[in-house]
Design a protein. Structure first.
Length: 306
């Protein structure tokens, strides 16, 4: 197996590339190469072209960045069997690896390259694919606000996420879209605050949106939160972050949770949909789950939840 380390210079934390290269120097026996991405979608195109032109070789693509880098690698792998993927997590959120125990074991190359392949589900949205979370409503307002302020003094930079949350509390709590899970309408009024559709377990860097998720069972975890007051939202935030929202009686009137193989979204006007952090815009989306579509190299310490 040939390891291809796909390095996203824009996503890496300080010194992450140096730490990776130092570990690689000590693994002279490892068959590997490095590729530095040059622009958006470059990783997808590189992976697809490499697989198309080398069908007789088996590759493991190591996404060195955040969830966006993983998403680009995954979209390049679709339709090919001579490959698997894994992660050297050095992005800002690193949500996908939280299902597998977090970043620590992925940052140890011995744990990573000697791991085992597991099959994972993949969500399809038109011609796009996602392995972690598709979400919309409040969360998309946060993302768009972050994008606007990230380079601004005080409210941007490391404070951009906080700025996004504050802005969304006032402008993003009431949204409109009818949500169907395997044909059943979840919100007859069309009103909602936020919704996550997940194969992974975390979103937004620290929020355990899908604590019951199984990454290879063929089902997506759909968690819908109704519009609620600022006071109630404030009391839910910490519970939601810890993944305790599904069992808390206090929020049963505003949380709907189902498992589904297909989710359809119908909005009265264009809406934003976040696909592993990338925004897509349309009035109608269909999200379908493909069971065990791709192979993922999990670190040695990972214990399957199935």
């Amino acid at each position: 197996m040939h390891f291809v380390f796909i390095i996203n210079p824009a996503a890496g934390k300080e010194n992450s590339e140096k730490e990776l290269l130092n570990q690689l120097k000590e693994k002279e026996e490892l068959d590997y190469s490095l590729y530095y991405t040059k622009s958006a979608k470059d990783a997808t195109n590189y992976v697809r072209n490499l697989l198309q032109n080398n069908s007789d070789k088996y590759y493991c693509f190591v996404a060195c960045g955040g969830d966006g880098t993983i998403n680009e690698v995954v979209n390049g792998m679709i339709g090919f069997d001579n490959c698997c993927f894994t992660v050297y997590p050095c992005g800002s959120g690193n949500d996908y690896v939280k299902y597998f125990g977090g970043s620590k074991n992925f940052l140890c190359l011995d744990e990573l390259v000697n791991g085992r392949e597991v099959k994972v589900d993949v969500m399809q949205i038109g011609d796009k694919y996602s392995v972690n979370v598709v979400n919309f409503g409040f969360d998309c307002v946060v993302l768009k606000t972050m994008e606007k302020v990230k380079r601004k003094f005080l409210i941007g930079g490391k404070n951009a996420y906080t700025t996004g949350i504050i802005g969304a509390i006032f402008t993003g709590r009431k949204n409109y879209c009818k949500i169907y899970a395997d044909g059943k309408l979840l919100n007859p009024s069309g009103e909602y605050m936020l919704c996550t559709i997940a194969n992974g377990s975390h979103v937004g860097g620290s929020f355990n949106c899908a604590p019951r998720s199984l990454i290879d069972d063929g089902y997506m975890e759909v968690c819908l939160a109704d519009y609620m007051s600022i006071v109630k939202f404030a009391s839910l935030a910490g519970i939601y972050q810890k993944g305790l929202h599904l069992d808390n009686e206090k929020f049963k009137d505003v949380i709907t949770y189902v498992r589904a193989k297909k989710v359809e979204l119908v909005a009265p006007q264009n809406m934003d949909l976040s696909i592993d952090g990338e925004i897509a815009v349309d009035k109608h989306f269909v999200i379908e789950n493909h069971q065990k579509m791709l192979s993922f190299l999990a670190p040695v310490s990972f214990e399957d939840k199935m």
